[in-house]
Design a protein around this ligand. Structure first.
Ligand code: NAP
Length: 292
């Protein structure tokens, strides 16, 4: 099965490498063409455009930044859609708007091409190790046809419903991350301000009801006030925007997500957009005067 893979960034690069190592025939394309070179050295064919990457491919994977980027690589000039044969399947693994997914789904359906929205959680480590959690929306039969592809990339592959449902699940994930990180930052700030042995306290609360991935893996960043990647603040802010837009369409408030989105907007404005999301603690610490 030939796969066209478009978008070879932090996530897409290692994901494409895993597919090559698993024996799939791969044609790769990246806007910054040099990023194709390491994959070409491992046996991938290079393509000059998304359209060329899709030519002759049964499956096309896209892993680009945001909604307009997915629209551009699929439907734009030199986009993949024009080259796809009826029966082909597009798996978009980027995190984008569920509403846009439904529009893209309808547009590709006119060409008898299926679109699965399959955003992921698990970070760059998960992309490298093939341990991503993949949330899939779209046609269930199309998912079964590409399951062997997804099994190379993820440890859990969960069908969550029709087109756009995968992106809604991912938005849920990002709302939960927002609240968790903000609460971890506040809890740790309390201990720092009180002057107790906060590393011991961190160990203690990590074993109780407050345990979470964010507390265990990002709490130490917050205590050091140092935020190496990780997952960029600006990408998480984009994802909270998707969640808040979706909530607005549904007419429900998400006050916690809205608050954290505001903190992240301020961080980006002040030049911290490329730090890890745990930099939310930077603001909490500043508000408490902990670093002055
Ligand atoms: P990244 O490192 O910034 O890579 C983005 C890739 O998309 C780059 O290869 C970029 O090309 C390409 N691209 C962006 N806009 C494009 C356009 N208009 N046309 C063509 N190519 C375009 O981002 P990433 O971390 O891999 O994230 C990719 C997606 O996965 C995002 O939606 C993100 O929210 C999601 N995600 C990321 C993580 C994570 O931990 N990083 C975890 C889960 C999900 P250039 O090389 O030319 O810039």
């Amino acid at each position: 099965m030939r796969i066209g893979f478009i978008g070879l960034g932090t996530m897409g690069g290692p994901m494409a490498a895993r597919l090559l190592d698993a024996g799939f025939e791969l044609t790769v394309h990246n806007r910054t063409r040099e990023r194709e070179q390491p994959l070409a050295e491992r046996g991938a064919q290079r393509a000059a455009s998304p359209r060329e990457a899709a030519t002759g491919a049964a499956v096309v994977c896209t892993m680009v930044s945001d909604t307009p980027d997915v629209e551009a690589v699929l439907l734009g000039e030199h986009g993949a859609a024009a080259a796809l044969e009826p029966g082909a399947i597009v798996i978009d693994m980027s995190t984008i708007s569920p509403e846009a997914v439904r529009r893209l789904h309808a547009s590709l359906a006119e060409r008898e091409v299926a679109l699965l929205d399959a955003p992921v959680s698990g970070g760059s480590e998960g992309a490298q190790q093939g341990t991503l959690s993949i949330m899939v929306g779209g046609d269930g039969a199309a998912l079964e046809r590409v399951r062997p592809v997804l099994e190379v990339l993820g440890r859990t592959i969960t069908y969550v419903g029709p087109s756009g449902a995968g992106q809604v699940a991912k938005a849920m994930n990002q709302v939960i991350v927002a609240g968790t990180y903000a609460a971890v930052a506040e809890g740790l700030a309390l201990g720092v301000a009180a002057g107790i042995d906060v590393e011991a306290a961190h160990r203690a609360v990590s074993g109780g009801a407050a345990a979470s991935w964010g507390l265990t893996h990002r709490g130490p960043n917050m205590l050091r006030n140092s935020y190496p990647l990780g997952f960029r603040v600006r990408l998480h802010r984009k994802d909270l925007g998707i969640a808040l837009d979706t909530a607005a369409e549904l007419g429900i408030p998400l006050p916690l997500a809205a608050y954290v989105a505001q903190l992240e907007t301020g961080l980006i404005k002040r030049g911290y957009g490329d730090e890890d999301v745990s930099a939310i603690a930077r603001v909490v610490r500043e508000q408490g005067g902990l670093d002055s």
